[in-house]
Write a protein that binds this ligand. Structure first.
Ligand code: NAP
Length: 294
């Protein structure tokens, strides 16, 4: 049995789908009962409901589990403590393999949520557990948050300049790579960066969106204080906003990209390009909107 924490989030669901498609037994750790339907539809056979910060929940979740895929909720201020508790629960339960969903370049102190992941990685080195660390770049799927504005208004709105260079990765490829390291025995002790196949400016991203949608799409840079106000209104907390603002400033200054060769090796093929992912998204969304409503 493989435990996937953060199971009902976008990363968790993708990893569960990849594992279930290959017939592996998955238990998902979810926060609320109303998330069970979602993880069952993704293929999880079992679940554990509760708060990741609660030790009793963790002890219950890891029972009879061989392997853990640890996904910390996005931009958690107490990520190090959550990681420490999950590692302790794994040690107490005698887990065979602990796989940690980290991030590309966790050693960048200027991005606090990356830096926290590096500290969880360091704890794993010291844990005595057989571990594997995956370090994905930013997901191509982050673009989908603004999908409506892209499709309806031809506006790709971002809080950094059009020239910002990012090596974004398809989350489906991340899920497939996670499935490989979770189900093969040869990855203990490895740290793998999972970067996308191309480094694109945001103007190039807009061009790809426009080409695939068959309409002009332009980049609009949103001032960061306006972005922060919208994020606050949508319920994001101070820590999350501050961390993400620092990340945007870092992206603007240095870009954010890695090398795709390890991901290519894990997938046994080249990682998907943004062109492919946008085409797939358009196809999936048109199939959904063509379905007769019941
Ligand atoms: N987005 C990217 O581009 C990217 C790139 C590399 C790495 N990552 C990393 O990937 C990880 C997952 O990101 P994501 O975007 O997939 O996250 P997400 O969609 O926000 O999912 C997080 C899940 O965890 C659940 N959760 C939150 N607090 C919880 C708690 N206290 N106890 C139990 N469950 C809880 C959430 O439930 P609710 O819905 O109830 O909140 C949600 O189902 C993060 O650590 C992030 O840093 C992301």
């Amino acid at each position: 049995m493989i435990l996937v924490s953060g199971g009902a989030g976008k990363t968790g669901l993708t990893v569960i789908r990849a594992l279930a498609a290959k017939g592996h037994m998955v238990r998902a750790l979810v926060r609320r009962e109303d998330q069970i339907e979602r993880i069952e539809a993704a293929g999880a056979r079992d679940w554990s409901v509760g708060d990741l910060r609660d030790e009793t929940t963790l002890d219950r979740a890891v029972r009879d589990v061989r392997t853990i895929y640890h996904i910390c909720p996005n931009v958690s201020p107490d990520e190090v403590e959550i990681g420490r508790r999950m590692i302790a629960a794994a040690q107490a339960a005698g887990i065979v393999h602990f796989v940690c969903h980290s991030v590309l370049h966790p050693q960048v102190e200027a991005m606090p949520h990356h830096w926290n992941k590096m500290r969880v990685e360091a704890r794993l080195f010291e844990s005595g557990l057989a571990y594997t660390i995956l370090q994905p770049a930013s997901y191509m799927q982050n673009i989908l948050r603004g999908w409506q504005s892209i499709v309806e208004d031809g506006v790709y709105a971002i809080p950094y300049p059009p020239g910002t260079r990012l090596g974004i990765v398809d989350l489906e490829d991340v899920g497939a790579a996670a499935c490989t390291v979770l189900t093969e025995r040869s990855h203990a002790g490895a740290t793998y960066e999972l970067a996308g196949p191309e480094v694109l400016t945001q103007s190039e991203v807009a061009d790809i969106l426009g080409r695939q949608l068959g309409r002009p799409v332009r980049v609009v840079q949103v001032a960061r204080d306006i972005w922060a106000g919208r994020a606050r209104a949508s319920g994001l907390g101070d820590y999350q906003i501050e961390a993400l603002m620092k990340m945007f400033a870092y992206y603007e200054r240095f870009g954010f990209w890695g090398n795709p060769r390890i991901l290519t090796h894990l997938l046994g093929r080249a990682p998907n390009t943004l062109e492919m992912v946008v085409a797939r998204t358009i196809q999936v969304r048109s199939e959904i909107s063509d379905r007769p409503s019941s």
